[in-house]
Design a protein around this ligand. Sequence first.
Ligand code: ZN
Length: 366
Amino acid sequence: MPRHFTLLLVLSAMLFACTGIQAEDHGDKAIDKVKVAIFTGQNNHGWMMDTPVLEDILDDHKIFDTTVLQTPDRKDPDKAAKWQAFKPDFTKFDVIVLNYNGEMWPDHIKKGWVDYVAGGGKVYSFHAGNNPFKGWAEFEQMIGLLWRGNKDGKRVYFDDEGNKVVQDEGEGPGAGHGSQHAYVVDTKDNEHPVFKGLPDQWMHAKDELYHGQRGPALNMTVLLTAYAEPKTRGTGVHEPIVWTIPYGDGLIMTNVMGHWWKNQKDGPALACAGFQTIFTRSIEWLATGKVTIEKPDDFPTKDAVSVRELKPFEPLAYIHVPGVPGSDPMASCDCSPQTQPGFVPAWVQFADMLKPLPGESTAEQR
Ligand code: ZN
């Protein structure tokens, strides 16, 4: 009992401390902060790790006020009721970062999403955010190029002269990527506010380079491309990396950078100073139409990556350890090791299960 009482006292003190910090934050809000929501909770990737890291990257700039919208877990036995009770008000946010690659949303969330974007909302699709929702026409129109087979839409790439090439359904490869590596990205529009003042070419840290993405590809403005070298099992053409598509009064920016698998404790793609810079500048631009975030001194060059140390973070969810009855590699739980012994951060389990193979076979990864 005395020990519990002490714990309560500590918790109360922490609660007061938190309240104090929040009040101070509100005091700072004379300048309207950009309200950002990261939508996550299901993803074949390490959403429970990369989400707090994306939050940290935004929080380095005082202009963002970031919230996480976390869906019910895919394996939650009560998920049907929880989905019905999950009613995020998208209109409260200037930009929604889509870090979700899971089951189809219930109709009320789909409707809220379409209404939000059509009514002027802004979306930033992060890495596997272009993977889900096959057959949801409005979503596929918003993203333009998705992780789909080669019969599921057009393909867009660029030749060595920078000319746009459109392949029809059934022609050329479907969605995939070669082995992970650092690669040079090329700016298609160096007058665009997000890319103005940055080098036309720079080396992105080790990541997947998506190729053969498919979809309706309507009204796309491609802003960044990368040459997918055959020696890393790429397509030998310049693949779209960042692009925008208007939808109603809204705008969607897709960036396929940012691979962080569940067996990775650290994510070099997110530690890249170049990724962090274009990510934060893009969110600011989507929200305000302007960019005030300056090019940092450690921005990568064409010849060298620039990787920052990520701050320590608390994963948003934990995973069953192997051998626990009923455990599932994809199952996660919104609980902590403190309250639920037997649950561990995803990478602890996956590090043992998914050792890198010679030549880095990534066939089952997206
Ligand atoms: Zn990936």
